[in-house]
Ligand binder design. Sequence first.
Ligand code: BJW
Ligand code: ZN
Length: 250
Amino acid sequence: MPAECTPSNSECIAQAARWLAEADHLLILTGAGLSAESGIPTFRDAQTGFWARFSPQDLATPEAFADNPERVWNWYHWRRTLIARGGVNAGHRAIAELARRSPTTLVTQNVDGLHAAAGSNPVHELHGNIWRERCPGCGCVDLRPIAESTDEEPPCCTACGHMARPDVVWFGETLPGPALEAAQQALERADCVLVVGTSNRVYPAAAIVDAAVRSSARVIELNPAATPVSSQVDCRITAAAGTALPALLR
Ligand code: BJW
Ligand code: ZN
């Protein structure tokens, strides 16, 4: 039975800050809402989310890439310019600081690389990284960061010449095993789970949160809007991450 965090956000923040300080092992799971205050759109927010303007079937599936790689690459080039322009925000920095204070596993659905830019290490990226490219031909991953440009030519693999693709996880694709395993292991030992800025609708990432609310860990959700697990978490902070996360440190 969740200890409903009804009174006010400031009381919820005080409660959550105590739980974070007491945690022996903290699991943090983040989503697009964390980077919203960097000016990077989320996916599912009405009006402002990417999926309010673009069809996921046309941009984030292997079929879309096979059908029109230029369109897909252009979208990712444009998103990289938004990320480079926005940079890290106070929420990314606060998460890096939380991980310095307690043993923490940081798992993100975000592909923007902003956790690492804020100093978090390691970062377990469930949906890949937009700054890397991968070759579907020979499987190699180009670890040189992709230049921030709006170059419209899809890049080719330097090893085999096949057209490369963004190293991200599209619908219908499996998630990277090591990141998923890190999340599952952290779930087994975590006594506190902080879920920030995700709609908890995309599986299997959302299954991590489903499992957390069934576990004995204290689950804190930080999101201005309700999600499918909001009624089951132990503490719900309905605020923007860039404000509430720094407040949790104070
Ligand atoms: C703020 C804020 C602020 C705003 N502060 N908060 C079980 C049930 C149903 C379906 C499935 C299932 N299992 C699998 C599926 C299918 C599918 C899926 O989940 N579909 C559902 C959407 C219906 N899953 C998959 O296909 C996955 N693969 C898979 O399961 O493989 C297994 C398999 C393979 C083959 C055969 C058989 C099985 C892969 C999912 C890949 C997701 N990829 C994307 C895009 C690619 C990466 C990229 O280009 O960026 O990843 S989709 C998009 O959604 C992106 C995100 O990482 C992901 C999650 O979104 P997120 O982060 O939650 O963002 P939003 O926009 O949804 O929410 C933002 C939240 O922030 C909101 O709640 C706001 O309120 C909040 N917010 N401002 C704090 N300032
Ligand atoms: Zn190749």
